[in-house]
Design a protein around this ligand. Sequence first.
Ligand code: SF4
Ligand code: SF4
Ligand code: FES
Length: 256
Amino acid sequence: MALRTISIYRGDSGGGRFVDFQVDVEEGNVVLDVVLKVQAEQAPDLAVRWNCKAGRCGSCSAEINGHPRLMCMTRMSMFPADRPVYVAPLKTFPLVKDLVTDVSLNYQIAKTIPPFQPRPPDPDGLYRMSQEDVDRVQEFRRCIECFLCQNVCHVIRDHPENKARFYGPRWFVRLAELEMHPLDTADRRQLIREMAGVGFCNVTKCCTEVCPEHIKITDNAIIPLKERVVDLYFDPLRWLADRLKGKRPGAVGAQQ
Ligand code: SF4
Ligand code: SF4
Ligand code: FES
């Protein structure tokens, strides 16, 4: 057991500040343990969101010493014992109170994405998929919706006005999961370009670096989605083929 200083952001949409707390930290404690100890013993009105304490629910996202992390998966022993550990709410989303932000924008975006639309089964009633195709989308299904990738993406972190025209990395993962599913028949490419704004992503990979599920967001989701959009809008042969099938939106030569 050792006495440590944890500095937690306290405030709401009107403003706030870091407040220091001295806490007895036990070996193996994670940041969430210490925040909950502060709530139990020193600041009962401290707002903090968590559910599983096992890295599965994605609720406890925060900025710890400036880095987006899950509080329940971040050990206090990672940080020097003689300095405070700073815990702040996600910056990209509006602050509700203390460490709790309003992430409801993400659920509004989710509603705009056409759901899985499977093709009919084979004549014997079964669906058949190659293991390679299944493996490709399994990576995307690991997402726990912690929104750490959304938080770190500079397109919306530094420019809140872009939130209306850029879905963000979590939603490119979801779109890739659906678009690459071997049984899915929906064509979401127009949405990916025009509403989701995939062209705003300049492939900095910051989202990939913070994903606690180690999803290769940029390489495996965003870049393939960009390629699909290019195929749709800029490949004249694909454009003609799709046009003949009557499924192409937009006009050839449209801007990405
Ligand atoms: S790679 Fe794209 S989506 Fe990911 S953080 Fe960078 S700009 Fe945002
Ligand atoms: S893609 Fe990764 S960082 Fe983004 S919400 Fe899902 S689990 Fe979190
Ligand atoms: S409490 Fe569920 S991920 Fe941290």
